[in-house]
Design a protein around this ligand. Structure first.
Ligand SMILES: C[S@@+](CC[C@H](N)C(=O)[O-])C[C@H]1O[C@@H](n2cnc3c(N)ncnc32)[C@H](O)[C@@H]1O
Length: 242
């Protein structure tokens, strides 16, 4: 019953108040009623994830950390390569989504994967360093997103890769070569998303390009389920720690 599941998700996105004394509690308050229908709806909302994984080379026996990894759906998108990794961490603060991730890991028998309840700004892998760190649609939900990127930079080994896919808006005067969004786009999307504690920023892309050597970068627009005509902007970035 996709329609019923979608209605429930839309209710949470549009009307249900988000409560909680701290960020983790607010994340859980937002996601707890959505966990079961999360993957199906987000497949139609969160674009570019497959493309991002396809452009990241993870070495055999490598360590991959997915920060704000939610239900761990990205592990499936990543495909059979998972089994060649030494360790995969799905790090998140929303316990209801982590439960879905745990079941997924168990179902697939991925003995090298772990769902971890931790903050993206402070988490470190047991191995000490990571080969790949990813954020898919999580940076816009992390208040101290700059601290999360700096944490990724610190945990990556030299030559390691960061991969990010997320919503954004451009600066009014972007660096040459980057896309410029008009006034409506720059004003509308941050207001639209703010109710769900999602904050598309004009600063993520410049910050990432400042800290990592760009390997891949693209700027796109995608449809929003049940919202005809409008197209929301998103970017994908893969960068190397030098
Ligand atoms: C839009 S969801 C994306 C989930 C998943 N990456 C995906 O592609 O489906 C954003 C996720 O970021 C998580 N998140 C937000 N702030 C976080 C933080 N400080 N530390 C860890 N996870 C966080 C949320 O709980 C949520 O699961």
């Amino acid at each position: 019953m996709r329609v019923l599941s979608d209605l429930k998700i839309l209710y949470h996105l549009a009307f249900k108040p988000i409560r909680g004394k701290n960020h983790a509690a607010r994340m859980e308050s937002f996601y707890t009623g959505q966990a079961s229908g999360y993957d199906d709806f987000r497949r139609r909302l969160l674009h570019g994830r497959e493309k991002l994984w396809a452009s990241i080379d993870v070495p055999d026996e490598g360590v991959w950390v997915d920060l704000g990894g939610g239900t761990g759906a990205n592990l499936e998108l990543f495909g059979p390569v998972i089994r060649k990794l030494r360790k995969v961490y799905v790090v998140d603060l929303a316990t209801s989504l982590l439960k879905v991730a745990e079941k997924r890991i168990e179902r697939h028998g991925w003995e090298n994967a772990r769902a971890v309840d931790a903050d993206a700004t402070t988490f470190r892998p047991d191995e000490g360093s990571a080969d790949v760190v990813t954020f898919s649609y999580s940076l816009t939900m992390i208040p101290d997103w700059f601290a999360a990127v700096e944490n990724a930079l610190a945990m990556l080994r030299p030559g390691g890769l960061i991969g990010v896919v997320d919503f954004y808006v451009s600066r009014k005067y972007p660096t040459e070569g980057l896309r410029r969004h008009g006034w409506f786009t720059r004003s509308f999307w941050p207001v639209w998303f703010a109710g769900d504690n999602v904050f598309p920023s004009a600063d993520h892309v410049p910050f990432l390009r400042h800290h990592f050597e760009p390997v891949h970068f693209s700027e796109n627009r995608a449809k929003v389920p049940y919202v005809p005509l409008l197209r929301m902007p998103y970017y994908t970035f893969v960068g190397r720690k030098t």
